[in-house]
Design a protein around this ligand. Structure first.
Ligand code: UFG
Length: 332
């Protein structure tokens, strides 16, 4: 067996990236982090992990990092993630998620990096005709965020066809929760994601939770999503890397979700259960651009990768998110 390659993790000081760093290290991969610390945190990178503070399109720095650390794989998280912001400032998203990814992919090719994993999103589907949504269903993003990621998927597909590099694009559904050992979690200010917002409310950081829309075509009228524990998602990246190394001529585009949908009210019920309190719910109109339901068909990832979700329990996800929120409160 050949030695495991050293992995460059972009955005490794951010929410999902910092969990992936832990998972890759636990799996025996050497890791180097590159992050510009615009939304990430230096403390989120574990001691002993080499850290490069730079943008992913700083080609000279990326080339030196690849060379100096003999990087064999890149796991690419760095980017912008707030959907409404992508609508008001699309060019920021096409720069951070598309243009800068292009530069990173070129650095990978030039530096002889063999494997590339990309953080894609369920937002590439737009409003699916049916759920659960399969990877071969139409990708018609309804916001610049989804389009900026879909364009990078296309660049990877074409680059992998032309150069000796294979890739996996994982289309994340709703990522939530925090490291069960309390080492990292969602820490960026200005939360927009439901479970993070509910955790802030449950820990007294906000008075109430808005429920956006009660007239969706779902069982209770509130939006349905597929919530995946961030540590399971991090493990999926390790499994994807193992697979890319074992199958050097193959590529993978796969949904990363559990295949189970929960409504906004069901999520808030879980928070009430776990805290034994009642959140103040404010029922409001729909938020622009929200699909009724977005749930993964996860048959492909389950059958391709050696990955079995370990934390597919909504109460557990909520519990870990709450523990991290309390921890953040103690740090502040
Ligand atoms: N919601 C509320 N109140 C809130 C926040 C959210 O009711 O305060 C609702 C939303 O309307 C939606 C559900 O909770 O029905 C989930 O919303 P999130 O903002 O948590 O997540 P999204 O489904 O909008 O976004 C996720 C990912 C994005 C991805 C998108 C694809 O976080 O990266 O799915 O649609 F682009």
């Amino acid at each position: 067996m050949t030695a495991k390659p050293t992995v460059l993790v972009t955005g490794g000081a951010g929410y999902i990236g910092s969990h992936a760093v832990l998972a890759l290290r636990d799996a025996g991969y050497g890791v180097v982090v590159i992050d510009n610390l615009v939304t990430g945190f230096r403390w989120a990178v574990p001691e002993g992990v080499p850290f490069v503070e730079a943008s992913i399109d700083d080609a000279a720095t990326v080339a030196a990092t690849i060379r100096d650390h003999d990087i064999g794989a890149i796991v690419h998280f760095a980017g912008s993630v707030v959907v409404p912001e992508s609508v008001s400032d699309p060019l920021k998203y096409y720069l951070n998620n598309t243009v800068r990814s292009r530069s990173l992919i070129e650095s990978a090719v030039t530096g002889g990096v063999k494997h590339f994993i990309f953080s894609s999103t369920a937002a590439t589907y737009g409003i699916p005709d049916t759920v659960p949504v399969r990877e071969d269903m139409p990708t018609v993003p309804i916001n610049p965020y989804g389009m900026s990621k879909l364009m990078t998927e296309a660049m990877l597909r074409d680059t992998a066809a032309a150069h000796p590099l294979n890739y996996a694009a994982l289309r994340y559904f709703n990522v939530a929760g925090a490291d069960p050992k309390g080492r990292t979690g969602q820490s960026t200010a200005g939360a927009t994601h439901l479970i993070k917002i509910a955790a802030e409310a449950a820990t007294g950081k906000r008075a109430s939770v808005s429920v956006f829309g009660t007239d969706y075509a779902t069982e209770d009228g509130t939006g349905v999503r597929d919530y995946i524990h961030v540590s399971d998602l991090a493990d999926a990246h390790v499994a994807a890397l193992d697979w890319l190394i074992a199958n050097p001529t193959e590529n993978l585009t796969a949904n990363a979700g559990y295949g189970t949908g929960f409504s906004v009210n069901q999520v808030l019920d879980a928070v009430d259960r776990v805290t034994n309190m009642k959140l103040d719910r404010r029922y409001e109109g729909r938020r622009a651009g929200d699909p009724d339901a977005l749930v993964a068909d996860n048959a492909r990832i389950l059958s391709t990768l050696d990955w079995t979700p370990q934390r597919a329990d909504l109460d557990g996800i909520v519990r870990d998110a709450l523990a991290w929120e309390r921890h953040l409160g103690e740090r502040a």
